[in-house]
Write a protein that binds this ligand. Structure first.
Ligand SMILES: Cc1cc2nc3c(=O)[nH]c(=O)nc-3n(C[C@H](O)[C@H](O)[C@H](O)COP(=O)(O)OP(=O)(O)OC[C@H]3O[C@@H](n4cnc5c(N)ncnc54)[C@H](O)[C@@H]3O)c2cc1C
Length: 636
């Protein structure tokens, strides 16, 4: 146990005025000085892309990195359903305060009020910014931007571009970046992977990268480093994340002193295409937006294997509508996922192995017509049909929960600065705004709020003290570079008899089994032992063919899986210590009589921020709730 930690950057006073006060209190950097300051941004998804473009537009020199062949292939491109904003175009009672309230409650009272309020305030600016960029949001007949609903809310505040919202938003951020690349203010390094953080005199001053095409290892030094490297759901091997998503950038920073917060909070999304066999390397999401019109059901009787069309209405259980009448099919993800697991555990699941529930559009097609359903969800239906071979217009979709998003990440203060001065962390890579459970359509909102609006304001306060001294001759720089080469050489030299993927798959299996939808003390303790054993085996038996001086995807994967092993242990340790259920973390020992998550606010009302070490050290950041008082989270 370490000392408690506090968010010293957070302002006090009325919540509506806190962000304004912080902005006013932050030091500014005059335009002439900005040109002398360099910022490295790792990641070109919505968070990193928007941050790089905005910082460069402001006049800083930006160097941007991603491992894809183009910044616009970042994982954000996969986001389907939409982005929240408290515009209240529908006049259905929405407001900044309601979005704030929904998010704090949806996060099961494990997020900071100040951060969430700021997020809700900035949500409206994001939409204006993106519309100005030309992002083609769906519109109503009258010309206003259209909205739909996502889980955990009773209003319609989700802006969308068919089922491709992430792609359209990313094209907006990418265009803004491209403008700066052309202007020479952003230097873009695609197909480069950050493998180490450089810390000199206690400040983050640069990164070590590997050119994924040539294998060349270089260092890049700057005045500040921003990590926008996304989430770590792929520790489970199978997830809805893009295959390349990994934890290396944030884990390397963690090893260098950045605290890692709430690693056990994992979001399991209820509407994914069920696993179809052992050959699979990823899972596919069916957007939550489908729950606006699709109805979720299973047969009433256990073991009923009839085709869905043969099961009459009165023998179906629309269990979400039955158990949660107030929110129905739009309960938050953690609730819907656990409910799906429960009905499948009762033997009422659909499809192979009974691991699936129906998402049925028959009613919607009858009510709205096939054409209207096609307009809203056409690309998702097509995707489903291509993957499963079944026509969702004719038979209900089968869905099952899968790992989707990680609420945990590097600990940051209100300024989005980590515990290493000069290291800022934005988007899914930080832990900041979603507590124990993220509401649908809030990740894009957070990534863009961080990148377009928060970071560009707060980083000035830090950079105002720069430019920092030249450190190119520092021993720490050479040491960081050497550590990267040594690790790669070690991985190549083991020359064992097991593939990287086989280790990753086994690790994922352990995590899903013991640190997935339901966790127990016994299971987590077992998992920690299994992970340690498997990690030791990895370092003696892994086979990485090829060399380091070429394109070598096995080598890339090996480095990432090595970091996943360490992260996986920390996730289980965090899950083990948090003997309560909250949001995406369900401890079987802590549930109500009707099987709902049971929090213990007195004991666990804090952010768990872990310090790296042979035995991880826990620093608790107490959470205060002045506006939305913790209550039992009910959607009934
Ligand atoms: C299928 C799917 C659908 C989703 N739909 C929605 C939705 O509708 N609404 C919503 O709000 N959220 C949605 N989400 C969540 C949301 O898409 C993500 O949380 C969000 O896009 C993350 O953005 P990011 O910028 O933080 O990271 P990412 O988009 O993951 O970008 C990470 C970037 O970091 C780079 N990077 C990572 N590590 C390194 C390294 N070591 N070196 C160099 N570069 C590195 C990558 O190359 C990439 O450019 C969805 C998620 C999935 C999986």
């Amino acid at each position: 146990m370490g000392d408690p930690i506090r968010d010293n950057a957070a302002p006090h006073g009325p919540i509506e005025a806190r962000w304004e006060r912080r902005r006013f209190g932050a030091k500014l950097v005059n335009p002439a000085n900005r040109r002398k300051l360099t910022v490295i941004v790792v990641g070109t998804g919505l968070a990193g892309g928007s941050a790089a473009a905005t910082l460069a537009e402001a006049g800083y020199r930006v160097r941007s990195y991603c491992y894809q062949d183009s910044p616009r292939r970042a994982h954000s491109i996969a986001a389907q359903g939409g982005i929240n904003a408290a515009k209240d175009y529908r006049n259905d009672g929405d407001s900044i305060y309601r979005l704030f309230y929904d998010t704090v409650k949806g996060g099961d009272f494990r997020a900071r009020e100040s951060n969430v309020y700021r997020l809700a305030q900035l949500s409206v600016n994001i939409i204006d910014q993106c519309v100005a960029q030309g992002v083609p949001f769906a519109r109503e007949y009258g010309g206003l931007l259209d909205n739909r609903s996502f889980g955990g809310t009773q209003v319609s505040r989700t802006f969308y571009a068919r089922g491709q919202t992430g792609q359209q938003l990313l094209l907006g951020a990418y265009q803004a970046m491209e403008r700066q690349i052309a202007a020479g203010t952003i230097e873009m390094h695609a197909r480069h992977e950050m493998l180490e953080l450089i810390v000199v005199a206690g400040r983050a001053r640069g990164i070590v990268v590997r050119d994924l095409v040539t294998g060349e290892i270089t260092t890049d030094l700057a005045d500040a480093v921003v990590l926008a490297s996304g989430g770590y759901g792929n520790v489970f091997f199978l997830s809805t994340n893009a295959k390349g998503c990994n934890v290396t950038a944030t884990w390397r920073a963690h090893r260098k002193g950045a605290l890692f917060a709430n690693p056990c909070y994992t979001q399991i999304h209820p509407t994914c295409i069920p696993e179809s066999g052992t050959h699979q390397s990823k899972l596919t999401l069916m957007s939550e937006s489908l729950r606006n019109d699709g109805r979720v059901w299973v047969p009433r009787a256990a073991g009923d294997r009839r085709a869905p069309g043969d099961i009459p209405e009165d023998e179906r259980d629309y269990y979400l509508e039955r158990i949660y009448p107030a929110f129905g099919n739009l309960v938050p993800r953690d609730i819907a996922s656990r409910a799906a697991k429960n009905v499948c555990d009762e033997g009422r699941g659909a499809g192979p192995g009974g691991l699936g529930v129906y998402l049925d559009f028959a009613d919607a097609i009858q009510r709205l017509g096939r054409r209207a359903v096609e307009e809203k969800y056409g690309n998702l239906f097509e995707m489903y049909q291509r993957i499963t071979g079944e026509d969702p217009y004719a038979v209900p979709m089968r869905i099952y929960p899968a790992v989707h998003y990680t609420m945990g990440g590097l600990w940051v203060d209100y300024d989005l600065q980590s515990t290493i001065p000069g290291l800022f962390v934005i988007g899914e890579a930080n832990f900041s705004d979603h507590g124990a459970n993220r509401l649908g359509a809030s990740a894009l909102m957070q990534g863009l709020a961080d990148g377009y609006f928060v970071l560009p304001n707060t980083i000035n306060d830090y950079l105002a003290a720069g430019p920092f001294p030249d450190i190119s001759g520092s021993a720490s720089v050479a040491e960081a570079r050497r550590a990267v080469s040594d690790k790669l050489e070690k991985l190549l030299s083991i020359d064992g008899d097991r593939t990287v993927d086989s280790f990753h798959r086994e690790l994922g299996h352990i995590m899903w089994e013991y640190c997935g939808m339901e966790r127990t003390e016994e299971g987590l303790t077992k998992a920690i032992g299994l992970i340690r054993g498997l990690r030791d085996e990895f370092w003696t038996r892994v086979k990485v063919p090829g060399t380091g001086e070429q394109l070598n995807q096995n080598l890339e994967k090996a480095g990432r899986v090595a970091d996943f092993f360490e992260l996986a242990q920390l996730m289980c340790i965090d899950a083990l210590h948090r003997n309560e259920s909250a949001g995406g973390h369900f401890r079987a020992e802590s549930q109500t009589t009707d099987g709902e998550a049971l929090r213990h606010d007195e004991e666990f009302g804090y952010v768990a921020a872990w310090e790296f070490g042979p035995t991880p050290i826990l620093h608790k950041e107490p959470l205060d709730f002045e506006y939305v008082h913790p209550s039992t989270r009910s959607y009934k």
